[in-house]
Each structure stands twice: as structure tokens, then as C-alpha cells.
Design a protein around this ligand. Structure first.
Ligand SMILES: [Zn+2]
Length: 360
């Protein structure tokens, strides 16, 4: 079974493979069969979806609008499309020799998938990420100062200073780093997101400093998007209708499954990054709260794994004093950089992470 890891960078190659596959499989130069062209049907290649689910302890759902079949259990999720050779298991793409089909009121699943699910290889399917390019987003800037401390310290200044330290730290660890702003200038939220996309960022981190009416509130806070804002099929379909992959024209349902994969993988990664960030800060002695979910604009539209770090409260006298200090700014940058590189190392080694399944 062939498996590739999907990222924005290899989508083009993936699409080419899809097209090639379609052409090879049908011998037809005009309509690749993954978009629903003629498929030679041989009953021995197939098993009914009900008996498939019974055998493997799966449940299934079928969306007639975009022909998506979802087979799922407590720890596995398979997504396949009717008449399509592409599918995904727990976020990793695989190819089928024959596509799922609909015959005489029944959904038929390729036997190849039956064997595949029975084999042990399935448990090894898990998302893989390698971070190379990181976009750091120092929040606010220019006419937008962000939060202002009682002593007049502006958030935009702290955010930028830590961002510059973080850039140094991450570059020292071999990452390619881009800042959304290098100076005290105003940049719209949309532009920050565009920068991440333009540079094909593997990870986007927005840096902020907090404020609260109560001066007692303190601590570092880490945010990622709630699943409901990301992990939705409607969103994938919407993206599929408006976005192309490297300028290639692909059928909407194929694009939807690609977006769905990217969105789910980005979500899984963002959660994991938030968790490891939290533990790193905690282990280094910071006052940090467990990761939270919030639908910040910069996280929502980045299309890349993203988190937002509130580095402390400017409204709290103790933290404000610390945030003014260069050594403290440097310490925050070191904590963030350590978390990013340790998660990256874990993925590079392909090991399961201890924090992957934490629920907050
Ligand atoms: Zn802010």
C-alpha cells in the first residue's frame, strides 16, 4: 500500500499522481476515473459496506452530496469517495486499485481495503509533520498598540521584541523563519495570514501580551482553534470551491477531501503543539495555564498549523515588570523554540508523543 504524507508543498505532486493514476487505471486520456468515469466492475473485488463494518467493528456514514464514505471506530477513521482511487486513514493518504462503487442500492468497498484494515500496518498510520518554515506573528503594531499596561508599556513593543529573539533562537536550531512585521507598523490580520500562506509556512505562531481588568490575573496562555471551527466538512467544501491546489483544476469533491485532510491534520498538530508548549513552559518554571481553545482570526484563516501565545499580563504589575526585561523576553523565546524543536524531533523520529491524546 502506497502512502504519502500530505502538506501544502507536496499537494502538487500528489495531484499529478492522482491524475496519472486515473489515466493508468482507465486507459482513458480524457476523463480520469477518479472523477467518476467508467470503472470496470468485478464483483470479486468488492465487499458490501455493512459486512465490511461488521467484520472490523466500524460504523459508517455516507454523504450523498459529495459521495464521501466515512468508516470509523473509536481510534480509526477512513475516508473514501465513491468512484475515487484516493482515500485517507487517520489523516494519511492511500491509493486503491479499484474505487468504492454504488451498485443496486449498495455501497461496495474494495476488498483491498478489507485486507488493509485487517493487517497490522493500519496502526502505523498516523499524521507526520516536519516543520521547516515558521512564520512568527508579533501581534498588533503601528496605530494598533494592543494592550497597554498601567505604566504605559505597549503590547506591540513586547510582542516584536520577543518575536525577534524567537527568530534568532529558531534560526539557531536550523529553522527558516519569517516575521509578519519587522518594525512598528500596522498590518491587517488578513495580511498576516497571507504572509503565512505565501511562504508555505509549516507552522504559524502569533505572539501577544494579555490584559485584564483585574490586576491579579496572570500567567502565560496558549491558544489553538476549537475543533468545531476547523474540523468541518462544510469548511472543506467551501475551500474546495474557492481554492485551487498550485493552480491545478481538480474536481470539487477531490479538493474537498484534500482540504478536509489538511484541516484535520492542522488541527491535530496545533493541539499537540499547544500541549507540548504548555509542558515546556511549565517545566521551565513559568506560570502557565493549560491550553485553551479560541477562534482568533489569525488562527482561523492561516490554513497552516497555528497557535497563539499570550506571554503574560501587562495589567499585572509583576508580569509587566518581567516582560520589560530583555532576559525574560529571551527566556520566553527559548521556551517556545524548545517546544517547537522537541515536537519536530519527535515527529522526525516517528515516535508517538506522550501528549497526543490529552483532552482539556
Ligand atoms: Zn494582543
Amino acid at each position: 500500500m502506497e502512502k504519502i504524507v500530505i502538506s501544502r508543498k507536496n499537494i502538487f505532486a500528489f495531484c499529478l499522481m492522482l491524475v496519472t493514476w486515473g489515466l493508468l487505471a482507465t486507459g482513458c486520456a480524457t476523463i480520469p476515473s477518479y472523477v467518476g468515469g467508467a470503472v470496470t466492475f468485478s464483483p470479486s473485488d468488492y465487499v458490501g459496506v455493512e459486512s465490511f463494518c461488521k467484520k472490523h467493528g466500524f460504523q459508517y456514514s455516507f454523504d450523498t452530496i459529495d459521495d464521501l464514505i466515512r468508516l470509523y471506530s473509536s481510534d480509526k477513521e477512513i475516508k473514501i469517495l465513491l468512484n475515487s482511487f484516493v482515500g485517507a486513514i487517520n489523516g494519511s493518504i492511500f491509493y486503491l486499485k479499484v474505487p468504492p462503487v454504488y451498485r443496486k442500492g449498495k455501497i461496495l468497498i474494495p476488498r483491498q481495503l478489507d485486507k488493509f484494515v485487517s493487517s497490522r500496518t493500519l496502526s502505523s498510520f498516523r499524521p507526520t509533520f516536519v516543520i521547516k518554515t515558521i512564520v512568527i506573528d508579533p501581534g498588533h503594531g503601528g496605530r494598533d498598540p494592543g494592550a497597554i499596561s498601567p505604566r504605559g508599556l505597549e503590547e506591540k513593543t513586547i510582542n516584536l521584541m520577543v518575536a525577534k529573539y524567537l527568530k534568532e533562537e529558531l534560526e539557531g536550531r536550523g529553522f527558516k523563519v519569517i516575521l509578519t512585521r519587522l518594525r512598528d507598523v500596522f498590518i491587517s490580520l488578513d495580511e498576516r495570514v497571507r504572509i503565512a500562506r505565501r511562504h508555505h509556512a509549516d507552522f504559524f505562531i502569533s505572539l501577544h501580551s494579555n490584559s485584564n481588568r483585574s490586576r491579579n490575573v496572570d500567567g502565560v496562555e496558549i491558544y489553538h482553534l476549537p475543533a468545531s471551527r476547523l474540523n468541518s466538512r462544510e469548511r472543506a467544501l467551501r475551500l474546495a470551491k474557492s481554492e485551487d491546489f498550485s493552480g491545478r483544476e481538480l474536481p470539487t469533491n477531490v479538493k474537498a477531501i484534500l482540504w478536509d485532510l489538511i484541516i484535520s491534520k492542522n488541527y491535530a498538530f496545533s493541539v499537540e503543539m499547544s500541549n507540548i508548549m504548555y509542558f515546556t513552559f511549565k517545566n521551565l518554571g513559568f506560570n502557565v495555564r493549560p491550553p485553551k481553545k479560541a477562534s482568533f482570526h489569525v488562527l482561523r484563516l492561516a490554513y497552516v498549523p497555528s497557535i497563539l501565545v499570550e506571554m503574560g499580563y501587562l495589567s499585572n504589575a509583576y508580569e509587566e515588570k518581567a516582560l520589560r526585561k530583555k532576559y525574560y523576553q529571551r527566556q520566553i523565546a527559548q521556551a517556545v523554540s524548545l517546544a517547537i524543536s522537541s515536537l519536530n524531533k519527535r515527529y522526525a523520529k516517528g515516535r508517538k508523543t506522550r501528549y497526543a491524546n490529552l483532552n482539556w
